[in-house]
Design a protein around this ligand. Structure first.
Ligand code: PRT
Ligand code: ZN
Length: 210
């Protein structure tokens, strides 16, 4: 019999909720931090624990049949996958923020300005759509400190509580996208009976939480 593979985040903000969701679906597996693959003992499924950034491509390429990842990561990696179910956790929004004392007041004020981000693809498309010609500075982390260091005029980063922006003297300015964790599959994965069974279990767990 065929065994499905589902990729979830190994550690980080989505790991715990992803594991909890699968356990609530009645799936039995060991959640050892050291292993990269855990077999499920009571369903033909294996769980792959990965960096979230790798999940969309693994699913697109069919290495994993399913994945749980933030929409922000899917959009940034520009993969072709099917959205099977929104999961209601990992909610956040990608926002452009500027220093509190900044004179930038409208999107047009970003013309010619430098915006630091770890999401250059999503930001690039957004600015293009809005007709803004800003200089996107791609950095790999700690985006919030970049205006204070004189590296950029604004930032574009994920925000949930807003606490990080606040403590760095920044204010949210424009919403670029909102995001939550979603279940993704490869194209045509909806047609698979086992995948359907798993989606139904997930949907009943989500309904019970409502
Ligand atoms: O190691 P790996 O590559 O797997 O993980 P990661 O470090 O890339 O991602 P991780 O674990 O930080 O986040 C995983 C996913 O959680 C993201 O891709 C989002 O879909 C979702 N998510 C939800 C968030 C946040 N909320 C969030 N607040 N991801 C990051 N943040 C960061 C944000 O970048 C900023 O630094 O939290 C800070 C802001 O938080 P607040 O509460 O101060 O606003
Ligand atoms: Zn990541």
């Amino acid at each position: 019999m065929k065994t499905l593979k589902i990729a979830i985040q190994k550690s980080g903000r989505l790991n715990e909720k992803s594991v909890e969701l699968l356990k609530n679906c009645g799936l039995n597996f060991e959640n050892y931090k050291s292993s990269l693959i855990s077999p499920v003992s009571n369903f033909p499924l294996e769980i792959l624990f990965l960096r979230d950034d790798d999940i969309p491509e693994y699913v697109q390429d069919g290495i994993a049949d399913l994945g749980i990842v933030g929409e922000n990561v899917i959009q940034e990696t520009e993969v072709e996958v099917s959205y099977l179910q929104r999961l209601g956790f990992g909610k956040c929004s990608l926002k452009i923020a500027v220093p509190n004392n900044n004179t930038i007041q409208s999107l047009a004020d970003l013309n010619g300005k430098a915006v630091a981000t770890t999401y250059p693809v999503i930001l690039g498309k957004f600015l293009k759509k809005e007709g803004i010609n800003a200089d996107i500075r791609t950095i790999s982390g700690s985006v919030e400190i970049s205006p204070g260091l004189g590296l950029s005029d604004a930032i574009c980063d994920l925000v949930s509580t807003g606490g990080t922006l606040k403590s760095n003297g920044l204010k949210p300015f424009v919403d670029v996208m909102s995001s939550e964790a979603v279940l993704i599959g490869c194209k045509d994965s909806e047609k698979d009976d086992l995948i359907q069974e798993l989606i139904q279990r997930i949907q009943s767990v989500l309904r019970a939480k409502e």
